[in-house]
Design a protein around this ligand. Sequence first.
Ligand code: AP5
Ligand code: MG
Length: 210
Amino acid sequence: MTMQSAAPRAKRILMVGAPGAGKGTQADLIAKQFGITHVASGDLLRRHIADGTTIGKTVETYVNKGELVPDAIIMDMLRKPVLKANETGGYVLDGFPRTVEQAEAAYRTAGSLGVGVQIAIHLDVPEDELIRRMLARARGADDTEDVIRHRIKVYEEKTRPLLDYYAQRELLIQVNGARPVTEVTWSIVVQLQRAFKRPATQAQRDRAVA
Ligand code: AP5
Ligand code: MG
């Protein structure tokens, strides 16, 4: 059996959204709904930092300042969990890719292994609501007002272009994330069910993707 045919029915979903948009909250709920695995780059990084691993020591300053961690570290860290999730039903990936460069690198590796993303979900939330949510939560050093504003700026510059990248591949679902949690989940689930029933378009078959 080739890697390409490892898990043809696996569901492979991606959450894109600004800091505080609700990626982690919704990814957890969607993973439960579809019986798949939530893989969050930020959660994995924070676990490395808490455990004091070599990766943790390398990335701590980046995370605390709201800067992106170098691509090579992220790709190495995610490879195993993503492949494992793909073998057990699929994944909801939250926090990766964060740049078009990361998406293209993932396309080269994940695409050739048959574990590329099928659908990207954009959670759209206005900036003042993002800031309100993160200040109310105060997760750690990166949830101070200055760092929150910097993270939003990094998102606008480096991550927002991903929306066009996925839209051009006909893989993007748009969701208004500024509603109560259960309403947002419902809207995502309905759109995902519809998308999974639809036969893939030629463009998707040609360029399916990560
Ligand atoms: P990461 O952990 O990915 O953080 P983030 O993108 O900044 O987003 P958050 O986790 O803060 O928000 P979220 O969208 O998950 O929302 P949540 O559900 O928590 O990344 C952290 C850092 O790691 C980065 O800055 C970078 O340094 C590094 N990093 C990670 N991935 C990387 C990568 N690929 N490349 C390079 N570096 C990387 O919700 C937020 C709050 O709002 C919660 O309190 C929640 O309860 C609440 N809430 C959620 N939904 C709602 C709702 N509908 N209504 C009201 N409140 C809500
Ligand atoms: Mg998160």
